[in-house]
Design a protein around this ligand. Sequence first.
Ligand SMILES: *Cc1c(COP(=O)(O)O)cnc(C)c1O
Length: 390
Amino acid sequence: MSKYAIKPGATVPPTPFYYYDLDLLRRTLGVATEEANRYGYHIHYAMKANVERPILEEIRRAGLGADCVSGYEVRCAVENGFAPEKIVFAGVGKSDGEIEYAIEQGIFAFNCESLQELEVIDGLAKAQGRRVNVALRINPDVRPETHRYISTGQAESKFGISYTEVDEALARLNELPNIRIVGLHFHIGSQIRNLESFAELAERVNEIARWFEERGVTLRHLNMGGGLGIDYEGPDEEPIPDFAGYFRTFHDHLKVREDQTVHFELGRSIVAQCGELITRVLFTKTTAGGARFAIVDAGMTELIRPALYHAHHRIENLTAEAEKEKRAMGVYSIAGPICESSDVFAREIEFPESRRGDVLALRSTGAYGSIMASNYNMRPIAPSIFGGEE
Ligand SMILES: *Cc1c(COP(=O)(O)O)cnc(C)c1O
């Protein structure tokens, strides 16, 4: 059941808004760090999933570092108190200004995604009289079972340095005195539920790491990226993702020396389940073909995942749940108000009979929800409400 259960007669703030359960976030962080600590693993939070300040505060307090994919995220991490030595900066297209800023801040490492980027970082580090740490993001050509828009680790993807280029990357590194290679970075995609994909990644990393070590490169850090999926169908059955199984998979398959550290960059699995998008039914109508629609006041401007990735979020009618008498079930499509045919949250689902004014919750929207909001149709950004404070 939604954490935003409405009590009969209670007033609901103006919709749409995001509701975050900080108590669930804290418990999720507790499990994630406990399971990682078991093996001495380090977690960097992938900032791009959500940057609401109370959420960053909980994450920083739990001791996680920050994984950033833009200079703006690096700035946000610094401003929210993340120590620079716990910040890494990845991304396939870093601008000179973003790189310069991150060098000035003295971040832990850049995850580099092309040979040209290595040269540019070397030049910009030289200009500041610094030597900076880099990890090479290698594309391991692992194909996880996930949506193709969120799969990043196969050979034809734009991300990372191709394994056919590692020879050249290594030769180039030896000519660049202002960068120091400290490790390898991988990230094969997102919303990966099958732990086999991570076992496959670990085995590939073993081969690639050996290749580097045989050529005299000491890899102090192995960064496995993120990608652990969550249960969008059953947020109440699995409110906290299987961190135990995830880290155990790496422990069982990844070869790690005593002097090496292993890093992870988790986003979705940390924050997705603690967020809900609360919206109201504006209108109901039936098409000529007999399909019933509930038109709600949130749309792809608040939550673009269904339109962009055909993602499915569980939807609950909180008003119907709060009533004593059960409402009849019907088949509904639930759509937003935006002038785009793709602005539909769910098509033909079994749903309680819904009426104008009913309050609905779209579950599991803490990751890649509010952060991807837009002003399309000149809509304002929806506010956030936080519950479960200590
Ligand atoms: C998006 C991203 C992540 C986080 O992915 P999740 O699926 O949210 O865990 C980690 N690392 C990199 C480089 C990313 O781009």
